[in-house]
Design a protein around this ligand. Structure first.
Ligand code: SF4
Length: 369
């Protein structure tokens, strides 16, 4: 790590704000990790060899999702699909159903495509380099670095939000994210422990998740409290600097809650696009111009009445409000093409993504079955 200040770094009063040397910085972090590492369901124990399938599966699930939320999904996925061959052979509906509720459903589609590619092009073994991994569906720079380091002990780093927070504080990197990513990556690579890259990657993740937290960093417990530039200045919470967020547009839609006896009509989203391939309530498209008082199209003739309130959900690029409209058709009415009647008693197991589960909750609360 050079001691020359780059343009993006804030001035610090400390004469030596950087880790004393690459080796010393990494050694301090690894010594801390050996005492305080988190026990996680996908993580190999000390002395064990990491399983690339488990590492890959966990890293895909952990994108945009917390460790606490991923835990039960990871365990269930492993019991349903214990290895990459089992996942590749599974019907896509089974994979999407197992993913339902975890969000960001393109990850599930890519996960399935990646398993098939590993079987077809690599004989069931994951490539062991960042370059080889990045050629697979759904594996970007972060995930490739994480798998290469953790599963194959390659000289690679995995820079996520946790690592960005630690490194921008350690060096008081004042460049706003996401532009600072290049600087953060270079700083992380400069500190990398050459003999334990997998442990180094996991140690940095743990440090960011448990010590260098967003609002209450426990600097007194941190192995880098000595060289940390932000700690020296007392302005830890000023980092990372983030570019101002653009306001998310608000879209509206209308959903159909069509009941027949003790069943409700469901459909499946088109295979590509937002929530592609997922189970859904029929309804309108979601646009900024749609009005909540516009009823949804119905594939069966029925009188529709709007239920009170609306379901609200936040996606990455927009917020969504959806009105829910109830109708009823005679028991025994055949389902229209591309739809089916789902028993209301089993709706929780139908694989509805969270946004549709919210609409269903609204409908059930307004008119209990
Ligand atoms: S000393 Fe504090 S701010 Fe610096 S890396 Fe450690 S926990 Fe984060």
């Amino acid at each position: 790590m050079t001691r020359t200040r780059t343009q993006g770094r804030a001035q610090a009063a400390s004469p030596d704000p950087y880790p004393p040397s690459t080796g010393a910085g990494a050694a301090a972090l690894l010594a801390w990790y050996d005492r305080h590492r988190r026990r996680l369901p996908w993580r190999a124990l000390p002395g064990e060899v990491a399983d690339p399938y488990r590492v890959w599966l966990s890293e895909i699930m952990l994108q945009q999702t917390t460790v606490a939320a991923v835990g039960p999904y990871f365990t269930r996925f492993l019991s349903l699909f214990p290895n990459v061959a089992a996942l590749a052979d599974a019907p896509s509906e089974a994979v999407m159903r197992a993913w339902a509720g975890l969000g960001y459903y393109s990850r599930a589609r890519n996960l399935h495509a990646c398993a098939k590619a590993v079987m077809a092009a690599h004989g069931g073994r994951f490539p062991d380099t960042e370059e080889g991994l990045r050629a697979l569906p759904g594996i970007g720079p972060y995930t490739a670095g994480a798998i290469a380091a953790i599963a194959f002990n390659r000289q690679a780093v995995a820079v996520d939000g946790n690592v960005e927070r630690v490194m921008t504080r350690l060096h008081r990197i004042a460049t706003p994210l996401p532009a600072a990513k290049v600087e953060v990556r270079a700083a992380t690579l400069a500190l990398l422990a050459p003999d334990r890259p997998g442990d180094f990657a996991q140690a940095l993740m743990d440090l960011g998740a448990t010590i260098c937290t967003p609002t209450t960093p426990a600097c007194g417990l941190c192995p880098w409290s000595g060289p940390c530039a932000a700690r020296a200045q007392g302005d830890m919470l000023a980092f990372p600097v983030k570019a101002p967020k653009r306001a998310r547009p608000l879209r509206h839609g209308s959903a159909l809650w069509l009941v027949s006896g003790a069943n409700v009509l469901l459909t499946r989203r088109p295979p590509k696009g937002l929530l592609g391939g997922m189970v859904a309530l029929p309804g309108s498209s979601w646009t900024v111009t749609h009005r909540l008082d516009q009823p949804p199209p119905s594939p069966l003739p029925a009188r529709l009445a709007r239920l009170p309130g609306h379901a609200a959900h936040g996606f990455t690029h927009f917020d969504l409000h959806v009105s829910v409209w109830r109708g009823e058709v005679a028991d025994g009415t055949p389902a229209p093409p591309d739809h089916w009647w789902e028993p209301l008693a089993g709706l929780a197991q139908a694989g509805l993504p969270t946004v549709f589960a919210k609409m269903a909750q609204l409908a059930i609360a307004a008119a209990p079955p």
